[in-house]
Design a protein around this ligand. Sequence first.
Ligand SMILES: *Cc1c(COP(=O)(O)O)cnc(C)c1O
Length: 421
Amino acid sequence: MSRAPIWHPFTQHGLGEPIPLITHAQGAILHTADGRRIIDAISSWWVTTHGHCHPRIAAAIAAQAGRLDQLIFAGWTHEPAERLGAELVALVDAELGAAGGLPHVFFSDSGSTCVEVALKMALGFWANRGAARHRIVVMEHSYHGDTIGAMSVGARGVFNAAYAQLLFDVATIPFPAAGAEQACLNALEQACATQNPAAFLVEPLVLGAGGMLMYPPAVLGEMRQICARHGVLFIADEVMTGWGRTGTMLACSQAGIVPDILCLAKGLTGGSLPLAVTLASGAVFDAHYGEDRARMFYHSSSYTANPVACAAALANLAVWREEPVAERIAALAAHQAEGLAMLGALPGIANPRQCGTIIALDVTSTDAGYLSALAPRLMAQFRDADVLLRPLGNTVYVMPPYGITPGDLARVHQVIAQAVS
Ligand SMILES: *Cc1c(COP(=O)(O)O)cnc(C)c1O
């Protein structure tokens, strides 16, 4: 048992599990210090979209780092942020047919912080209007990050039990599982009608950390309508689903909806540097606007809109514009469908499912004790086979960078088939 200086996230150091040392990466491949070639089948925790070390993004980072590395963003501004803000608003308009629906961009550093910002915007919206609305409605099995506010609006479990006393209360509606969609919608309608909520916060189409749970665009569309009818702000957390994962650049576009507040992070820089944005409607911005300093939006962090991260995001947008990203996503989705058909037919597999580039399946077991130890055992098997996969409980999923080769992807599917058999 080593007590090394580095304390890794979501890692029980007392188990002494190996922690591979990675020296460099290209595309979907990680190279270890001892010469192994690892296939990154989860995009380094859902962030790497095109592939590791995309030359265009790497070059943009290098150039910006030598020009302007950091700037206070309260009362000062710089070109990469100005350009990125304008491009993001135009992009979201085009993707969602939003026609100016989300004209304001607030920068932060991570998925958790852009969710915190969204919650504070929603609460500020009502507070500045003098309305006593502070309850947040969320969906069962949701995940929105690991800060205290983001944990409060996420599912409760072993991972936040120690902090439960500090988490604020929310109203929770059931997940719209197949056949139970109406119960979910009814619960949302009921919560909106009786609890006077400030906002409904939801992951569109796929609940990621909750187990890659998927629901249809029509349900998302109905949820948006219910919120609109009751004047409840609709916050879409596209931190994971954004940037092509569900087959379209934004999951919301598959339901034809425009949220009041939109959270984007992970793939915003192509997965190269930490950066996040919260986009807001004119009404949300206007509630904070005026000559009264007490109404301004009180949120900042040291690295808000860091110029180097903004330059990386601009390069990512250029990759989306100028490279055949949509074609790569379509090809990946088709190859994933083939792999899922093969895996779904194996004994001991339940609920094979796909949304765009993401496939997931549940490994069944009648022995709950075994089940609890399943994820780490599978993970170790995958690691020994030089594939980076990280099951969520008994759910195995594949979410690779779009540039993964068909051969490497087939290898990932094969390794899963071997491990579960
Ligand atoms: C990962 C994730 C977050 C948190 O993002 P971090 O960058 O890890 O803080 C929030 N919401 C969703 C839906 C996520 O998948």
